[in-house]
Design a protein around this ligand. Structure first.
Ligand code: FE
Length: 188
C-alpha cells in the first residue's frame, strides 16, 4: 500500500513539473508574438498621406464636454461596446474611418473585412500617424491595446487571426470610437 502511495506522489510531481514547463513555454511564445506585433507596427512604412504627428492633450473634463457618456467610457476609460451592436460592424461602403475623439485618420475601407467577431475589423491601419499599441494585461488576459496615436484614446485590440493573405492581423475596433466618412469616389 505504501509503495502505491509513493508511486502516486511521484506521478503527481512529474505531472506538476510537465504542466509548469508547458505553461512557461506557451507564455514565452505568446510574449514573443506580442512583441513582434508591437515592433512591426513601429517600423511600418507610411501608407497614406497622414503625417501630422501633433499630439492632442485634454483633461478628463475637457473630453467629457465633447464626448457622450458612452463615447467617453470606451475612448477614455477603455470600455468595450457589446458585440454586434456597433453601427459600423457590417458597413462595406468606401470611405475613411477617423477617431471619434480627435478626428485623426485611423483606418480605410480598403482594409476592412468581415471577421464575424461582432466589431468592425481591419487588417491594417491607415499609416504611421494612425495608431499605437501597448500591452494590456487587464481581465486576466494578455492582449495588445490599439490607441489613437494623436490623442491616446482607446480604440480596441489587435489579434493575430486576421486574413493570412494580407497582414495576418485583426484590428478589432469599437464602432463608437470611429467616425466614418463615406467617399464613393475612392478607388479600391
Ligand atoms: Fe484620436
Amino acid at each position: 500500500m505504501k509503495k502505491l502511495q509513493l508511486n502516486l506522489v511521484l506521478l503527481a510531481m512529474i505531472c506538476s513539473t510537465l504542466l509548469s514547463f508547458k505553461c512557461q513555454s506557451s507564455k514565452n511564445s505568446s510574449t514573443t508574438a506580442s512583441n513582434e506585433i508591437l515592433s512591426s507596427t513601429k517600423s511600418e512604412k507610411n501608407k497614406l498621406n497622414n503625417m501630422d504627428t501633433t499630439k492632442i492633450v485634454k483633461t478628463d473634463e475637457e473630453w467629457k464636454k465633447i464626448l457622450t457618456d458612452e463615447e467617453y467610457n470606451v475612448l477614455r476609460e477603455a470600455g468595450t461596446e457589446r458585440p454586434f451592436t456597433g453601427k459600423y460592424t457590417d458597413v462595406k461602403a468606401d470611405g475613411n474611418y477617423y477617431c471619434k475623439a480627435c478626428g485623426n485618420l485611423l483606418f480605410t475601407s480598403e482594409t476592412k473585412y468581415h471577421s464575424g467577431c461582432g466589431w468592425p475589423a481591419f487588417y491594417d491601419n491607415a499609416g504611421n500617424s494612425a495608431v499605437e499599441m501597448r500591452s494590456d494585461n487587464s481581465y486576466g488576459m494578455q492582449r495588445i491595446e490599439v490607441l489613437c496615436k494623436k490623442c491616446g484614446s482607446h480604440l480596441g485590440h489587435i489579434f493575430e487571426d486576421g486574413p493570412k493573405d494580407k497582414t495576418g492581423l485583426r484590428y478589432c475596433i469599437n464602432s463608437i470610437s470611429l467616425d466614418f466618412k463615406e467617399d464613393s469616389t475612392k478607388v479600391k
